[in-house]
Ligand binder design. Sequence first.
Ligand SMILES: [Zn+2]
Ligand SMILES: [Zn+2]
Length: 273
Amino acid sequence: MKRIIADYHMHSISPDARIPMEKMCLAAIERGLTEIAVTDHVEIYAPDYQGKEPLMFDDAYLDRYFVEWEHCREKFDGRLIVRRGIELGQPDCNRENAKRILEKYHFDYVLGSIHKLYAVDLAFKHYSERTNDSIARKNLELLYELADIGDFDCMGHIDLIKRYATRQGQQVSLMKYPEELTAILKRLVERGKGLEINTSGLRQGLGETLPALDILKLYRQLGGEVLTVGSDAHRDTDVAADFDAALELALAAGFTKLALYENRKCSFYSIAD
Ligand SMILES: [Zn+2]
Ligand SMILES: [Zn+2]
C-alpha cells in the first residue's frame, strides 16, 4: 500500500502551539514525510469586536511566520518541502481583513476553518439537547458561507463541532442535516475546493477523524476530488499522527489521490496501488 507523504495541517508559532517550526520539520523528516504545510492560525474577528485577541494575529506575527519559514526552507532544502500555509478562522467575519492578509502575504495553501460562531469559540458553547440544534444550524450557515464565497483552498475539520459536543457528553453530527451538508459539499465541488481529513480527533478522545467516513464518502459521491490529510499537530510528537488510519479512510471513501499545493495551485499524488 502506498503512503501519505505530506502533512497539510500543523502549527508552529500559533498562540496555542508556540513550537519552533524547525522542530516540526525535523519531526516530519523523522516520520518519512517529504512535504508539509505549516498552517498557523490567523483568527478573523468582526470589525466591531471589542476584545484583545485580534492583536495576537497582527502583521508582526505573520512577519515572524515568514522569518521562520525562510529559515526552514533553506535549512531543509532537498530534504523536506515546507509549504507556506495559513489556517484562516471564519474569514467571512471580516472579508476585508482576510483579503488584505492574502494579498499582502504569499501563501501556498489556505485552510479555511470555522472555529467560532460570532466571536464565541465552538469549544466554549454550551451543548445540550436544547441548544445542539441551533448551534449546529448556525455552524452550517457559516460553513456554507465559507464554501460559497470564501477565499481558501481546503476546508479545515468540517465537523469540528462534534469534538466539543462530545466533550460535554453530547452528540452532534452534521450528517443529521443532509440537505445543508450536501449544499456545502456541492459548493466545494463546484468551486474546486477541497476537504481535509483531520486526524486530531483520533488522539483527542473523539475516536474518529474530522470528518469521518460518512462525510468523506458523501463529498466523493458528489464529485469531490480534492482531499488533504492533516494531523493538526500543535507539538512535534503529533506530526503525521494516525496517517495509516487516514490513508485507509481516504481509500475507503473512494479517493485514489491526495492534493498538494504550491502557490495555491493544486496537484495530486497517488495513494492507490
Ligand atoms: Zn482549526
Ligand atoms: Zn489547526
